[in-house]
Ligand binder design. Structure first.
Ligand code: GCB
Length: 590
């Protein structure tokens, strides 16, 4: 799906702001047709934001099921054009009504969707937008979950991932106009030939008689041009997109009356002899797994926090991050392109592992893959999440790897059956980028069964924390043994550590440098770094997590997960300075 862009032929209007909101306590609003009339007894709710932490009421915070959002909007002048309503994301399911008529249903909490509302509204007239949002997760949703009842008969949402199930209208809502015949998709693939950039493009614009393209540089100078819906262009003396250098071009596409500006970067990505190459040069990932998680806003996108987070990451000398554990806001991907940050782009397939729950191993009594749990239908939903993520993000130069799942079960034959077709879905959708998945510590190389489908090995490891707690000597020995085994079994595949590090209580100091203290975070992470430095096959370190974040309550979590390099309000723990010294020194050398 194309990003929202204004142009000569496209105009957008933002519907963010304070909407009316109502919790559907009995989840009966759809049957009772709440959308027929304006909602009554509403309260205020900001958009975009998670609704959970905005009020002080537990009934809002903990509600399982539907909530309703509503606002009035004024249709812009759209003449003969089409008018659409577009949502950056609604978590996890949305039904959208315009003046009471359903125009969209979307399942999946982290990707955009839109609906054509041209025939339902009139130029300049007000109309009612109603959105029913459902936060429930089931066996056939990605991520999965299930619902139980407590003794009083109240629903409780259970799930296996270690972050709070925030819900709401999480990203911006827009109206936008575009001509009836329009650009609906474009794929841009770049290569480097000496000092020139080679730009292959493929435009979809159904019904268009004339399609032409121009490549504009950052100053809007035309540097190449072509006719037709697909072709190959050369940009002489190209300014390459590279880590730390967000050089971008725009492919301005004209299809009859529609003009669509697609930004892109000229760069290559390749894996060769254990190395991860960007523009032919070995690249070492320094950074973090992150979360879209903030005080009060929950998972609502916020430009203030986005820009601040990038500033903090740059301060530390990071060059990359993973969108753990779901696709991030389109604004974040645009900004990563501009800032030259390298991104491992992940689907929302997290918690597909009944052997772990909320960071606790062996805690559940379910089988992961079976007819009654994650089944063929789940696999199809997962496949669509992969396709839709790639469709949304394929033209971002920042994206260098697709991660199709985080810590799924991968040590059974059933998991092999489940993942083989999904790896192929990712490759078919994008043959140009490496594909991987993020491996859990229960799936060590002696028992793991799916790495042969993938290009990179991405490991989440908690030596010294969940295992050999506090004993760094044994932890180091275990880590080295495991690395040796991966390298022996999969020669040639580069290894990226996508998670490591202990929970750390900010301000907890300890002469004996024990677990939970700031000193232990320094030592544990320092141990990992020492080991990484001994292995040329290790091409990246993305510690867990950029910042502390909210989770479900549990005996293992103190006000959320505390593995952050920074606190939830983005203040450095002492380890942050140590890692900063390391990363800035590495940056100098790279
Ligand atoms: C993991 C998960 C991550 C958790 C983390 C932890 O392996 O991928 O979502 O938050 O462990 O802290 O336990």
């Amino acid at each position: 799906m194309l990003a929202l862009r204004d142009s000569l032929s496209r105009n957008s209007k933002c519907l963010d702001g304070v909407w009316d909101f109502k919790v559907d306590t009995d989840n009966s609003g759809v049957e009772e047709r709440w959308f027929d009339k304006p909602l009554t007894d509403t309260r205020s709710m900001p958009v975009p934001a998670s609704y959970n932490d905005i009020t002080t009421e537990i009934e809002v915070h903990d509600h399982v099921g539907l909530v309703w959002y509503e606002r009035e909007a004024i249709a812009p002048r759209f003449g003969d054009d089409r008018l659409l309503i577009r949502f950056g994301s609604v978590t996890h399911e949305a039904q959208v009504y315009i003046n009471g008529k359903e125009v969209a249903y979307h399942k999946g909490g982290y990707l955009p969707f839109e609906a054509d509302i041209t025939d339902l509204v009139k130029d300049g007239e007000p109309f009612r937008v109603t959105v029913a949002v459902d936060n429930r997760l089931g066996w056939q949703s990605i991520p999965p979950g299930y619902i139980t009842q407590d003794e009083a008969g109240n629903d409780q949402q259970k799930y296996w991932h270690d972050f709070y199930n925030y819900a709401g209208i999480h990203r911006s809502v827009h109206l936008y106009t575009r001509p009836e015949v329009h650009v609906s998709d474009v794929t841009i693939v770049t290569d480097i030939d000496g000092s020139a950039g080679v730009v292959k493009y493929d435009v979809v614009a159904e019904g268009a008689k004339n399609v032409s393209v121009r490549v504009l540089d950052a100053e809007r100078n035309e540097v190449a041009a072509g006719e037709g819906a697909s072709g190959e262009l050369r940009v002489e003396n190209a300014k390459l997109w590279a880590p730390g250098e967000g050089n971008l071009y725009t492919l301005e596409i004209t299809a009859d009356d529609d003009v669509y500006p697609q930004r892109f970067g000229i760069r290559t990505v390749e894996i060769k002899d254990n190395q991860f190459l960007i523009n032919g040069k070995p690249f070492y990932f320094r950074g973090y797994g992150r979360h879209e998680d903030n005080l009060i806003r929950g998972k609502g996108h916020d430009n203030v926090m986005m820009v601040h987070d990038f500033e903090v990451m740059k301060w530390q000398g990071a060059n990359s991050f993973r969108t753990s554990h779901y696709p991030y806001a389109e604004e974040v991907m645009d900004y990563a392109d501009e800032q030259g940050f390298v991104v491992i782009d992940e689907t929302p397939a997290v918690g597909l592992n009944m052997g772990i729950g909320g960071g606790i191993f062996g805690a559940q009594g379910f089988v992961t893959f079976s007819e009654d749990t994650a089944n063929k239908e789940t696999q199809e939903v997962h496949a669509n999440e992969i396709r839709d993520l790639i469709a949304r993000d394929k033209n971002h130069p920042c994206v260098v790897i697709w991660s199709i799942a985080n810590e799924p079960e991968t040590n059974t034959d059933a998991s092999r059956e489940y993942f083989e077709p999904l790896a192929k879905v990712a490759r078919d959708a994008d043959p140009t980028r490496p594909v991987g998945y993020v491996n859990v510590m229960l799936s060590t190389p002696d028992v793991e069964k799916i790495t042969d489908f993938f290009d990179v090995i991405m490991l989440n490891r908690y030596y010294g924390w969940y295992f050999q707690t506090g004993h760094l000597g044994d932890a180091e020995a275990g880590l080295r043994r495991e690395l040796d085994e991966w390298i022996k079994r999969y020669p040639g595949k580069p290894i990226i550590f996508t998670e490591y590090g202990p929970d750390t209580m900010p301000g907890l100091k300890d002469y004996f440098r024990r677990p939970w203290s700031e000193e232990f975070q320094e030592d544990n992470i320092g141990m990992f770094h020492k080991v990484f430095d001994d292995y040329p096959e290790v091409v990246g370190e993305q510690m867990w997590n950029f910042a502390d974040f909210q989770t479900t309550p549990g005996t293992m979590r103190v006000g959320g997960n505390k593995k952050g390099m920074f606190t939830r309000d983005r203040l450095p723990k002492s380890n942050a300075y140590k890692v900063r010294d390391r990363w800035l020194a590495m940056k100098e050398k790279q």
